[in-house]
Design a protein around this ligand. Structure first.
Ligand code: ADP
Ligand code: ZN
Ligand code: ZN
Length: 762
């Protein structure tokens, strides 16, 4: 598709053979190609990023074709608008584009949207304001010469040393990037070692390229001597052919990261780039630090904590770098233009944050990584203490992945024991608090022992299930291995529904298993639980760790630093709490109500609950004192709880996969979720019905099932009504959706549709 912009302008001073270029621009939903003249003779070719005008607006677009202006069309060319400027030469290469187009098709999104998601934000589309002269940042300076009495804490001392090495002053942002906490800077300031002021950072200055005290490559840390298991894993990986992958299954603290680092070192030695991904931005600092200690300046970061400018500079360095780089990032870093790419690591590969759910494209970084190395070379390493059922079921001989295991901890410390507290007994004995007596005793004893605890309050599973507080019974769907969800807000008009197969049932007020009337919806809001907790824990110092209290670029780190410095006895938080923190004073990890994790209305509820609780268990007892894990639940006999006690994660995977295979559920079936949202509930529902009619014959022909339209689990968000259609069918068959924009063409303007292939959450 090609069109000439309406306005014409007469270029000045164009001489010699002029070329015409097709530029892909953000116009409409899927982008369009427009033709321009390269009168400045910039030598434009495929992959260049240029600035042009379209209907008076300045846009940045991608050159996708370039050809000499033919004499017979010379006349026509007079009306072509000029390319204003070249922004980046060869921003993408043809192979990369081919890969991206294939991924767009796999994700049922348009190639343009995929491209826009892949490039650094702000690069494609409306031309932003030219970079402002600089942002205001904190500048930190030493006030005394070292040699004065030193602060005792080793990290504080290291921070001062680092400042000294940097010539006495540094941007606070760079210090944080080196793994120092903002809290440390502040406390050193209070103690008079430092001075801080806000200064304008020069626009060209990138913290990502001037990283700290390792600019002199001499101070780099040497590799450690590997354990036999680590060595075996490395040998295994290095014997793999290009384009293949390995699952590194190692319990927490077994030294997986050391394996990543040594494999990366080997790739660097061969002149290959490496890409190390973590699921959450909160986990970036520790991985980036360990990489920098080992590899120094060749380590770059790419994630949402970087400014747009930093991301663009990082992309450019990937394009231009003559020496191999190590990129540490979150899922979107999978798109970085690294060639040759030798190694891609997904740490905590089971984590659902590797999947982008919205906006489109709804991609999974693991799938993209595997596809990328198959096309472009390189090898994939998936690391986890609790692998996903998806990856486990793709092990050889059935699937493409090799396996290596690390079964003992480097420290030789055993994993902490898990104790289950039966909340049914608490109720039977008339104790109705959120916190059981056993947990209360443990918590109350913390301050006198100088120990700390983390308490996990499951985030409200955005919907409630029906459960019996006397016997633990939960109403499950008779067809699927999923808890039924309570629908409707007023108690008179509530019903139960299965989100997987749409089975519906009426609510009852007595337990069918034991007859108890303590049978009601489960799932109080996190906020209320927090309030009640602080009443019950009166006398203990609490810190809250959730999305609200950890906002901002360094929110995580700041909060953890405050906790590490002893500001509180108990850190209370949602799911995020379990992820990769290393706090030596923590001897107790507790889950307030495991039921909220076990019975989320989701096929993967059990798997994810076990992964989360095993990870949480890994948080306790990392220092010298042994740890303990306490789990409160109404369902102590639930298989997930049983496997948590015996620690045999593999047995769980075996049983779970048998169950899912029998029931024809993922990953032994495929699914695709179509999400609709609009201001008007009626219009959105109608659009859903029309869409279902359009798709029904396609599904029937392909042997797929279509469910819905039905209200989404959260039926209204930010004033928009949400409905969904669920498709499921056999694995290895394509999702029966029309290609291109057909699905969107008939939608009313104010209703949006997104397609989520192989959804992780309904
Ligand atoms: P994981 O990533 O599996 O949780 P880590 O890589 O963080 O484990 O290793 C746990 C600790 O053991 C880290 O402090 C790490 O530096 C240390 N470690 C790892 N491998 C070795 C080794 N071969 N020799 C000595 N210490 C090691
Ligand atoms: Zn009961
Ligand atoms: Zn069902």
């Amino acid at each position: 598709m090609s069109a000439t912009p309406v306005e014409s302008s007469q270029p000045n001073g164009a001489q010699g053979p002029v070329r015409v270029v097709d530029v892909w621009l953000e116009a409409g939903r899927d982008g369009r190609t427009f033709t321009y003249g390269d009168y400045q003779q910039l030598g434009l070719a495929f992959g260049d990023l240029v600035v042009v005008r379209l209907r008076g607006r300045r846009l940045q677009g991608l050159v996708i074709d370039s050809r000499p202006l033919r004499v017979e069309t010379q006349q026509h060319s007079q009306s072509l608008q000029p390319v204003d400027a070249l922004l980046q030469r060869a921003a993408v290469d043809p192979d990369w584009r081919t890969w991206l187009d294939a991924m767009a098709a796999a994700c049922h999104t348009s190639p343009f949207r995929m491209l826009k998601a892949a490039l650094p934000p702000g690069w494609l589309g409306q031309r932003g304001q030219p970079a402002s002269p600089g942002r205001k940042l904190w500048w930190v300076e030493l006030t005394r010469t070292l040699g004065d009495p030193h602060p005792k804490a080793a990290r504080q001392h290291a921070l001062l040393e680092s400042l000294k090495a940097a010539g006495g002053g540094a941007w606070q942002r760079d210090l944080l990037n080196q793994g120092f906490h903002a809290g440390m800077v502040q406390s050193l300031q209070v103690k008079g070692y430092l001075r801080r002021e806000q200064r304008i950072a020069p626009a060209s200055e990138s913290s990502l390229e001037l990283q700290g005290n390792h600019s002199n490559e001499d101070g780099l840390e040497p590799p450690r001597d590997l354990t036999d298991e680590q060595q075996a894993a490395i040998n295994r990986f290095q014997s793999l052919p290009d384009g293949s992958g390995l699952l590194l299954w190692g319990i927490t603290g077994s030294g997986k990261t050391e394996v990543y680092l040594q494999l990366a070192a080997a790739e660097i030695a061969r002149g290959h780039h490496c890409l190390l991904l973590t699921p959450e931005i909160g986990l970036i600092p520790q991985l980036a630090d360990r990489c920098r200690n080992r590899f120094g300046r060749r380590v770059l970061e790419y994630h949402s904590g970087c400014s747009d400018g930093e991301r663009v500079r990082c992309w450019r360095r990937c394009l231009q770098s003559e020496e191999p780089l190590v990129l540490v990032g979150t899922r979107s870093a999978i798109f970085l233009p690294l060639r040759p790419l030798g190694l891609v690591v997904l740490d905590e590969e089971h984590d659902s944050s590797y999947k982008q759910e919205s906006p489109m494209p709804c991609y999974h970084a693991r799938d993209l990584a595997l596809d990328r190395i198959r096309r472009q070379g390189g090898r994939l390493l998936l690391g986890s203490a609790t692998p996903s059922l998806e990856s486990w079921s793709r092990l050889k001989p059935k699937g493409p992945l090799e396996l290596a295991r690390l079964s003992s901890r480097i420290s030789r410390q055993p994993l902490p024991p898990v104790r289950i507290i039966d909340m049914r007994l608490e109720l039977a004995e008339g104790h109705k608090q959120l916190i059981s007596r056993a947990l209360m005793d443990r918590l109350a004893a913390l301050p006198s022992k100088g120990e700390q605890a983390v308490v996990l309050v499951p985030r409200r599973g955005y919907s409630t299930f029906l459960s019996c507080r006397s016997c633990g019974e939960v109403v499950m769907c008779p067809h699927c291995d999923v808890a039924m969800t309570v629908h409707g807000s007023r108690s008179q008009q509530q019903w139960l529904r299965c989100h997987w197969c749409d089975h519906r049932a009426a609510l009852t007020d007595h337990c069918t298993a034991c007859g108890s009337s303590a049978f009601k919806p489960f799932g109080a809001g996190t906020q209320r639980v927090m309030e009640r907790l602080s009443e019950e824990l009166d006398g203990l110092r609490l810190l809250r760790f959730d999305r609200d209290s950890t906002g901002g670029r360094d929110g995580h780190r700041r909060l953890l630093a405050r906790f590490a410095e002893g500001e509180a006895d108990v850190l209370v938080g949602t799911q995020m709490l379990a992820k990769g923190m290393d706090l030596p004073q923590v001897t107790l990890a507790a889950v307030l109500a495991a039921d909220g994790l076990l019975h989320r209305p989701d096929l993967r509820a059990g798997e994810q609950a076990l992964q989360l609780m095993l990870q949480l268990a890994g948080r306790a007892g990392r220092g010298e004192k042994p740890g303990e894990v306490l789990i409160q639940t109404y369902c102590p006999d639930h298989p997930v709880i049983q496997h948590l006690i015996d620690g045999r994660y593999e047995r769980f995977l075996e049983e779970e996969s048998t169950l899912r295979k029998q029931a024809g559920l993922v990953p032994y079936a495929r699914a695709c979720l179509l999400r609709l949202a609009g201001e008007s509930a009626a219009a959105t529902a109608t659009a859903g019905t029309l869409l279902a009619e359009q798709l029904r014959p396609l599904c029937a022909a392909a042997g797929w099932q279509l469910l819905g339209p039905a209200p989404a689990p959260v039926a209204r968000v930010a004033g928009r009504s949400r409905w969904q259609l669920l498709l499921h069918g056999p694995t290895e068959t394509p999702i029966p959706l029309p290609q291109g924009s057909v699905l969107w063409d008939r939608l009313p303007k104010d209703v949006t549709l997104s397609v989520d292939p192989d959804p992780l959450q309904l």
